[in-house]
Design a protein around this ligand. Structure first.
Ligand code: BJW
Length: 227
């Protein structure tokens, strides 16, 4: 794969075997919660404590999980090809960076940060946000989870789109393709000449078919693809 520019889009499925629940699978996060209650700005405005609790629990759960063989394989891919590899993750966990990925975009934010609604600072955050702690930058008590909710703009869209347009290969790993704009990147990459590939436990019904589909658990099929 030398000299090839590769964009890898990851979703909750890559972290499933580490013990992080996905959203839309059976036993997924959305089963116990209404999306509109916990993942929209309106839900947060209605009941901020409930939303902060939802994310505080998930932040705490992160301490007990470890990257798996799929995260490690992507870090090896970057180790071998350097800046030609960009991992775009929709995940808010930190398992890619703990596995060693550096060229990484968290397009839906990071559980391990808070965001200040008053000044826009994104401080690293380990504790709970329930109880309205003060922003370390401006002192206002308007911290919220640093996650991108429905109706909000994902992070670093320009950087992601430039990489998608310029890549030779695009791989979607462990994502259902239910959420835009991420779900549109494979078709965009294909339209600009990239070879596209899906790695998922079960193949998804993409708008535009992938050139290649590999089915199976990420911890098995991602190392097999990379090595
Ligand atoms: C395994 C496995 C194993 C399991 N191995 N695989 C039409 C067009 C464009 C936009 C819209 C549209 N209609 C509506 C919209 C807007 C909306 C949207 O997409 N809605 C859809 C419901 C249709 N999008 C937005 O609002 C976004 N913003 C936006 O569009 O801004 C305007 C804009 C305009 C123009 C250009 C650009 C922007 C923001 C979306 C924010 C999403 N936020 C969430 C919550 C984050 C916080 C949190 O974590 O709580 O992000 S929603 C949730 O879904 C989370 C995820 O990142 C995201 C994707 O889920 P993912 O990762 O795919 O997980 P699952 O559970 O769905 O799938 C798991 C997969 O893994 C499955 O396929 C399994 O098979 C697989 N799997 N085990 C391998 N072991």
């Amino acid at each position: 794969m030398d000299g090839m520019r590769i964009v890898v889009l990851t979703g909750a499925g890559i972290s499933a075997e580490s013990g992080v629940p996905t959203f839309r699978d059976a036993d997924g996060l959305w089963e116990g919660h209404r999306v509109e209650d916990v993942a929209t700005p309106e839900g947060f405005a209605r009941d901020p404590d409930r939303v902060q609790r939802f994310y505080d629990e998930r932040r705490r759960a992160l301490a007990a999980v470890e990257p798996n063989a799929a995260h490690r394989a992507l870090a090896r891919l970057e180790g071998a090809l350097g800046d030609d590899v960009l991992v775009v993750t929709q995940n808010v966990d930190d398992l890619h960076e703990r596995a060693g990925s550096v060229n990484l975009v968290h397009m839906h934010g990071e559980l391990r940060r808070a965001r200040c609604a008053a000044c826009g600072a994104r401080p690293a955050w380990e504790g709970d946000l329930v109880g309205r702690p003060a922003c370390p930058a401006c002192g206002r008590r308007e911290l919220r989870p640093d996650v991108v909710w429905f109706g909000e703009l994902p992070y670093e869209l320009d950087r992601i789109e430039s990489a998608v347009l310029a890549c030779d290969a695009f791989a979607a790993i462990g994502t259902s393709g239910a959420v835009y704009p991420a779900a549109g990147y494979a078709a965009l990459a294909a339209a600009f000449g990239a070879r596209t590939m899906e790695l998922n436990l079960l193949p998804t019904a993409a708008d535009v078919p992938f050139d290649e589909v590999r089915a199976g658990p990420a911890s098995v099929i991602v190392p097999r693809w990379v090595d």
